[in-house]
Design a protein around this ligand. Structure first.
Ligand SMILES: [Zn+2]
Length: 286
């Protein structure tokens, strides 16, 4: 699933290319991908200029017109956005299936701009969605999201308050978008490993030192992942020859059964926590 670093990467890439461009319209191949009335969705996007491209958690928000309307796009499990402006292709989101000819069999929405640029919204499992909302509705929606882990509001004290008194597993608290926005399975496992904390602990049981380590680790792993353009598209190169390169830097996610690179003693174990596969080192994480 695309998490904060993957969504932020595609946001930055697309922003450079679509700011100021004017939408001609959108073709809806699968109505299910649109929340609300399909015809109204199409009508509201027609001849709209892109004023800004923002992110909250894993949600992409296209600011349109004079800023009174927003196109919200959530990639969920397997969503991808692929831009083709005739000069090159920029892709982001989920990594599989890899980008080939567009539109493909998983292309459900096609946004067309007046200059000929197209953005394809692909989604194999079709959990993602797009919708158009007013500024007020957008504010209501984002107010339900928790703190942004890379912004100023996410302090050690804030993390302490989030964890305080909670009997729930640490893993589940960190995955809860209403508490911290943007973390998913990959980066929660990586951050807990970096901090040396077992994600199956009761969230409220962490002491101040552990909270400080976890706080630093969450920010560090997200910053690094953004720097390396996320964990996706490792076999895909964009127009600038760049690729999502964090996959090779993952320490635990997807590495169950391998030797822990930190202690070089124990083997990484995989277990299930709150319906999610979780990889950790029994020696390094307590
Ligand atoms: Zn270890």
């Amino acid at each position: 699933m695309p998490e904060l670093p993957e969504v932020e990467t595609i946001r930055r890439d697309l922003e450079k290319l679509v700011l100021g461009k004017i939408l001609r319209g959108v073709r809806v191949k699968k109505s299910k991908m649109v929340q609300g009335d399909k015809l109204s969705f199409q009508r509201q996007l027609r001849r709209q200029a892109v004023k800004g491209l923002h992110r909250r958690g894993k949600l992409l928000m296209w600011e349109l017109g004079k800023g009174e309307k927003f196109l919200l796009v959530h990639l969920k499990m397997t969503g991808q956005l692929i831009l083709d402006d005739g000069k090159g292709v920029v892709a982001g989101g989920h990594s599989w299936p890899a980008v080939s000819r567009m539109p493909g069999k998983h292309t459900h929405l096609i946004f067309s701009f007046q200059d000929g640029t197209k953005i394809y919204f692909n989604d194999q499992r079709q959990f993602g969605y797009a919708r158009v909302v007013s500024r007020t509705e957008k504010e209501q929606i984002v107010s339900r999201y928790g703190v942004e882990p890379l912004e100023r509001g996410f302090t050690r004290q804030k993390l302490k308050e989030i964890l305080a008194g909670r009997k729930t597993l640490l893993k589940n608290i960190l995955l809860n978008q209403k508490l911290i926005a943007g973390l998913g399975n990959i980066y929660v496992d990586e951050a807990c490993f970096m901090a040396g904390i077992y994600p199956g602990r009761e969230a409220g049981s962490l002491n101040d030192d552990e909270i400080a380590r976890l706080w630093r680790s969450i920010r560090r792993v997200l910053r690094q992942a953004i720097k390396y353009r996320g964990t996706t598209f490792n076999d895909y190169r964009d127009a600038n020859g760049q690729r999502g390169d964090f996959l090779r830097r993952l320490q635990v996610y997807g590495r169950a059964g391998q030797l822990c690179q930190k202690c070089q003693v124990d083997t990484l174990k995989k277990t299930r926590m709150g319906q999610r596969g979780t990889v950790y080192c029994p020696k390094c994480q307590v």
